[in-house]
Design a protein around this ligand. Structure first.
Ligand SMILES: Nc1ccn([C@@H]2O[C@H](COP(=O)(O)OP(=O)(O)OP(=O)(O)O)[C@@H](O)[C@H]2O)c(=O)n1
Ligand SMILES: C[C@](O)(CO)[C@H](O)COP(=O)(O)O
Length: 248
C-alpha cells in the first residue's frame, strides 16, 4: 500500500520490441519513419507531453537496446522527464513485464503505451492519468465500434467461416493505449497471469485478477499502426498537425 502523504509519481512503459510483421518486411516497426522521425520518438514525445509523466521506460527489441538508446539521445526530452531503455522479450506481455521490472519503488502509477500508437493526443493521456489518480486501479481509453462484429467458428484459410453470434455492438468498445494502472495492481497481474491465457492487453490481465477496469473515452488519432494502410493514415494526420498546430 502506498503512503498517502507522498506525492503520486507516474511513469510510462512503452513496449517497442515488436517486429511489425503485419506492416511488412523491414526495420522493426517502432523504428520506422513517420514524417521523417522514428515512430517510437513520436510515442515517447506523446508520453512526455503529459506533465504527470516523470519517467519513461522504452522496451527495445531484445538485440537492439543500445541502438535504440543511442537513437533516442538524438531527440532530447524536456529536463523533467527521465528516459531509460531496456531490452524486451518475445511477446508484448513479456516486454511489458520487463519494462515494469525497471521501474523504481517511488513510482505509484504506470501507463503502458504501444510505440505503435505514435499519435495519441496529450488530452487522452491526461484523462487516463487523472482517472487512475482519482482512484481507479485500471483505466483503458476506448471507442465505440463503427462496424458490426460477428463471432465465427474459425476455419482453414479459403473455407467460409460459420457465424455463431452477433454481439450487441452498443456494449462493445475498441480498446487503445495508454492504459493506466496502479503499479502494484499491474505488477501483481503480470506476476499472476500466465502467458498464453488469451489476454491481448494489460487490462485483460488485471481483469483476470478479478480487479475492476474502467473505460474512458479514447481518440480516433490514437489508432495503432498495424498494417500498411495505417501508415498512410498516420502520415496524413501528422501532415495536418504540422500544418495547423506547429507539431514537430
Ligand atoms: N515482443 C513484443 C511484441 C510487441 N511489442 C510491442 O507491442 C506493441 C503493440 O504490438 P503490435 O502492434 O502487435 O506490434 P508487433 O508485435 O510489432 O506487430 P506484428 O504482430 O504485426 O508483428 C508495439 O509497440 C510492439 O512494439 C513488444 O514490445 N514486444
Ligand atoms: C494493447 C492493444 O493495443 C490494445 O488494443 C492491443 O491489444 C495490442 O494487440 P496486438 O495484437 O499486439 O496488436
Amino acid at each position: 500500500m502506498s503512503d498517502p502523504s507522498r506525492p503520486i509519481r507516474t511513469a510510462a512503459v512503452i513496449p517497442a520490441a515488436g517486429r511489425g510483421v503485419r506492416l511488412g518486411p523491414g526495420t522493426p516497426k517502432a523504428l520506422r519513419a513517420l514524417g521523417g522521425t522514428p515512430m517510437l520518438v513520436h510515442a515517447v514525445r506523446a508520453m512526455a507531453a503529459s506533465r504527470a509523466v516523470s519517467l519513461i521506460v522504452v522496451v527495445a527489441p531484445p538485440d537492439g537496446a543500445t541502438e535504440v538508446d543511442r537513437l533516442l539521445h538524438e531527440y532530447p526530452l524536456a529536463d523533467r522527464t527521465d528516459l531509460v531503455v531496456v531490452p524486451g522479450g518475445q511477446t508484448r506481455q513479456e516486454s511489458v513485464r520487463l519494462g515494469l521490472a525497471a521501474l523504481p519503488d517511488t513510482i505509484d502509477v504506470v501507463l503502458v503505451h504501444d510505440a505503435a500508437r505514435p499519435l495519441v493526443p496529450a488530452d487522452t493521456v491526461d484523462a487516463v492519468v487523472a482517472a487512475v489518480r482519482a482512484g481507479a486501479a485500471a483505466v483503458v481509453p476506448a471507442l465505440p465500434l463503427a462496424d458490426t462484429v460477428k463471432q465465427v467458428e474459425p476455419q482453414p484459410q479459403g473455407t467460409p467461416e460459420p457465424v455463431v453470434g452477433t454481439p450487441e455492438r452498443a456494449l462493445l468498445r475498441a480498446v487503445q493505449t495508454p492504459q493506466g494502472f496502479d503499479l502494484e495492481t499491474l505488477r501483481k497481474a503480470h506476476d499472476t497471469v500466465v502467458e498464453g491465457e488469451g489476454a491481448t492487453d494489460d487490462a485483460g490481465l488485471v481483469e483476470r485478477l478479478g480487479a475492476p477496469v474502467v473505460v474512458v473515452p479514447g481518440h480516433e488519432e490514437a489508432f495503432k499502426v498495424t498494417r500498411p494502410l495505417d501508415l498512410v493514415l498516420a502520415e496524413a494526420v501528422l501532415a495536418r498537425r504540422r500544418a495547423t498546430d506547429g507539431y514537430v
